[in-house]
Write a protein that binds this ligand. Structure first.
Ligand SMILES: *Cc1c(COP(=O)(O)O)cnc(C)c1O
Length: 419
């Protein structure tokens, strides 16, 4: 017998449950822990997706309600989603060597990262379960996002952060009223395991970056891109990867659209990591089935520092099954990509810049073809990590009222220079 919850979709009754992603163990939908007992990631199984339809509605989550396991109350939204999907422009296309290069600008979410899409569904779940407190572990963006959605829903958010989380993100969590706990630990993955292990004992839902309900929110970006591209599916989607939830959610969204007959193909995912913390990329590249944890690695891309992502083996297996690509990038390549994106109008944080550097390398190696269409997920805003300016040099002209006339003359004398 399946432990199942019934929700009514019009006249159809829909069964939903949690399944472990490798061995297919079944758990109740309400399970408080984010992973199976054997450590595998869990995913929401919704029966009857073949009959799911896009409905009329102003919000994405209204139009795609048939694909979501929790109903979203209108008062929970902070206006997440509906972010631009734009051609990358001449300079970035030429840099990457890819003509059909698009940018999905997720920095335009309410707390300036894609995490808001997952916070919408996780806070909806917390409300549905009547939970007065919800917790999360985060290097910054997820905590900030959960703090904002917790404030919106009047649900207390507790955020556990590692000692190196940027001050910009910590202060943002705190001003929303979240309880922020900075945890001293030798390694982020160790800290994560320790904190996640407290969930059952305290009956506290501790939302992880790769949890099943969060992943359901990330599906919304796939739905949105299908609408924006009028039903077309890009050849490749490059995703800066840490806990693996974002990548998993995007792909699950496309899989379900195909199951419902709304699209006819799947995109190939590109798993992108920093060379210094690359457990998933190295497993895929070496053809292993399991992740070997990376510890002690340090990268300027602090949002992608999960050296041992819980449930990450699933991504390695999927990469094999679906022919995904994987690439890692050096610190210099990340800084260069960040500068080039900013030079084209997109100021993103280092983690978000990794995918531009990665697709350039994959194109140079011939793995991505010249005619392929590629989307880069710009996951988070540059303003959320100003510490990069210790490494990114920027020029500012110091002037005063006496010198300003001469300075303007000098600046305009160079106006014919190629920008
Ligand atoms: C969280 C985050 C990522 C990684 O997403 P995962 O779901 O943890 O794999 C990438 N970039 C930014 C800016 C993030 O905040």
């Amino acid at each position: 017998m399946l432990p199942a919850v019934f929700l009514s979709r019009g006249t159809v009754t829909v069964v939903k449950r949690l399944q472990s992603t490798i061995s297919g163990q079944v758990f109740p939908f309400e399970r408080i822990e984010e992973f199976a007992d054997n450590g595998e990631s869990l995913e929401v199984g919704i029966e009857g997706l073949a009959g799911a339809r896009v409905k009329p509605g102003r919000h994405l989550w209204e139009r795609f309600a048939d694909f979501l396991p929790v109903a979203i109350d209108g008062d929970l939204t902070l206006g997440e989603g509906e972010t631009p999907l734009l051609p990358a422009g001449k300079a970035l296309s030429e840099f990457a060597g890819i003509g059909r290069l698009h940018l999905k600008n997720e920095t335009m979410n309410p707390t300036w990262s894609f995490k808001d899409r997952g916070s919408l569904t996780t806070i909806a779940m917390a409300r549905k379960m009547g939970e007065p407190v919800t917790a999360t572990i985060s290097t910054g963006n997820m905590g900030h996002s959960m703090a904002a959605y917790g404030a919106r829903a009047r649900i207390r958010a507790v955020v556990f952060v590692p000692h190196y989380a940027p001050l910009e993100k910590i202060r943002a969590m705190a001003i929303h009223g979240a309880t922020v706990v900075k945890v001293a630990a030798p390694d982020y993955s160790l800290m994560k395991r320790e904190v996640l292990g407290l969930a059952a004992e305290f009956n506290l839902r501790i939302v992880s970056g790769n949890g099943p309900i969060r992943v359901e929110g990330y599906k919304l970006a796939a739905f949105e891109m299908v609408e924006q591209l009028e039903g077309r599916v890009p050849g490749f989607i490059a995703v800066p990867t840490s806990a693996c939830g974002h990548l998993r959610g995007l792909f699950k969204g496309y899989r379900e659209l195909k199951e419902a007959g709304l699209t006819d193909r799947l995109p190939r995912m590109i798993v992108v990591q920093a060379k210094n913390v690359n457990p998933v990329v190295s497993a895929i590249r070496e053809g292993r089935d399991r992740i070997i944890p990376v510890s002690g690695g340090d990268t300027i891309a602090e949002a992608i520092t999960s050296g041992d992502p819980p449930g990450g083996d699933e991504i390695v297996l999927k990469a094999k099954r679906y022919g995904w690509l994987a690439e890692d990038v050096t610190e210099e390549e990340i800084l260069d990509a960040q500068r080039r994106l900013a030079g084209a109008g997109f100021f993103v944080e280092p983690a978000a810049a990794t995918s531009l550097a990665a697709v350039k390398k994959l194109r140079a190696a011939g793995t991505i073809g010249e005619e392929d269409s590629v989307v880069l997920m710009l996951t988070g805003s540059g303003l959320k990590d100003m510490s990069v300016f210790a490494r990114q040099h920027v020029d500012v002209i110091e002037s005063d009222l006496r010198r300003i006339r001469g300075d303007v003359e000098k600046i305009l004398a160079r106006r014919g220079e190629v920008f």
